[in-house]
Design a protein around this ligand. Structure first.
Ligand SMILES: *Cc1c(COP(=O)(O)O)cnc(C)c1O
Length: 377
């Protein structure tokens, strides 16, 4: 795929995605999260690859994403984590046989209204708040929730969901453990009424870090794409073996000399301490390579690290290749991922995220949306 304004590219390794999926547990226990265009990896290619790997169902963000999966021929359960946002979306959810999350009593009413005149049932996922504080029914709401649903027989609850705010923080393990018990307790009366109701609490960190958080269904997102939420901490081993799925490459536009004392790029934040060779690379902040990485990150050229020097520009950036005499115009620079030479460390999403003070999630979502994607199948 080409793009008119950038020669950079995101490379999406679908076999790595499938291996990550397999590492997370038996397929029937996983509700893979492919919201936000599969974290920038592309909704449909990711859904197809996971489907081939045995995924039984999906969680997306919006009704539109769910409809895209249906238009692509996908027939199994699709949960929309953002529910449905307007009356029309509840009707669309029913027509497309999606499973929206219901988060409040208004949602129940809108869901029932959206169904009216359509003579069908609508599967729903009940969102419970057990510590995130963002969306969902509280413990005190549960009796009224059961009562309301008793009057709405066309709404069919198939799962109960809750979300963990700090399962990636080993130092907050007590909170997570209490949350697991709270979730179990909130689900009890619901499961008495609907014995097949599947419970789902764990995101990636819960799935990998806290076995008791798994219940019937785990909802990993980040891990599918290779992210270990415990990287660099005491629980790092719990997420070992995951592989990054996305890499980012861009061509070298020019290789040039910088004399000692000469400054480089906007703001003149870098001055050559000695004569240097600089590669100008065709990628910048317009394609989601953060300007905050100026003078901080490295890129891989010929498998070797080259430090980013000077400010990252809109569609160009520079790296010091003085130690890599073979680099020339037209070579491929790997800004993330790529093949590292023996003894060299690859540039990971986590490393860039840490240096730029953003989340790996943000880099993946943004880079994947603005750079043309090439799929390795
Ligand atoms: C995004 C999301 C997930 C997945 O979270 P990860 O940390 O990427 O595993 C799970 N559940 C809900 C409700 C989400 O919004």
């Amino acid at each position: 795929m080409t793009c008119i304004f950038t020669p950079s590219a995101c490379h999406i390794d679908l076999p790595a995605l499938q291996r990550n999926f397999a590492r997370l547990g038996a397929p029937e226990t996983i509700l893979p999260v492919i919201k936000s265009d599969a974290y920038g990896h592309g909704l449909l290619p990711v859904a197809r690859a996971l489907d081939r790997a045995g995924a039984r169902q999906f969680a997306v963000g919006t009704i539109s994403e769910g409809i895209s999966l249906r238009d692509d021929g996908y027939r199994q359960r699709v949960v929309t984590l953002m529910g449905a946002l307007c009356p029309n979306e509840w009707t669309q959810a029913a027509d497309a046989r999606l499973t929206p999350v219901v988060t409040c009593f208004d949602d129940l009413k809108n869901a029932a209204d959206g169904l009216s005149g359509r003579g069908e049932t609508l599967e729903v996922a009940l969102k419970l708040d057990t510590g995130m504080g963002r969306l969902g029914f509280d413990e005190a709401d549960i009796p009224a929730l059961i009562e309301s649903l008793a009057h709405l027989p066309r709404l069919v609850p198939v799962m109960a969901l809750s979300h963990m705010p700090s399962a990636d923080m080993p130092e907050d393990e007590n909170f997570s453990r209490e949350q697991i018990e709270r979730f179990r307790r909130l689900c009890e009366p619901l499961r008495q009424r609907w014995p097949d109701l599947a419970r789902s609490l764990a995101n990636t960190a819960g799935t990998l870090g806290l076995p008791r958080a798994r219940f019937e269904l785990c909802r990993p997102g980040l891990a599918l794409y290779g992210g270990n939420p415990f990287a660099g901490g005491p629980w790092e081993e719990r997420g070992a073996g995951l592989e990054w799925v996305m890499s980012l490459s861009a061509p070298v536009m020019q290789v040039r000399q910088l004399r000692a004392g000469q400054s480089l790029s906007y703001g003149r934040t870098f001055t050559a301490p000695r004569d240097m060779t600089i590669a100008v690379i065709a990628c910048g902040y317009a394609t989601a390579y953060p300007r905050a990485l100026s003078n901080r990150a490295s890129v891989l050229l010929h498998g070797r690290r080259a430090p980013v020097v000077g400010r990252v520009c809109m569609s160009m950036m520079m790296a010091d290749v003085s130690h890599l005499p073979a680099v020339s115009r037209g070579d491929t620079a790997w800004l993330m991922g790529g093949e590292a030479a023996p003894g060299e460390r690859p540039v990971t999403v986590c490393e860039l995220a840490r240096l730029a003070d953003v989340l790996p999630y943000e880099l993946l979502c943004l880079m994947g949306e603005v750079n043309p994607r090439q799929y390795i199948i």
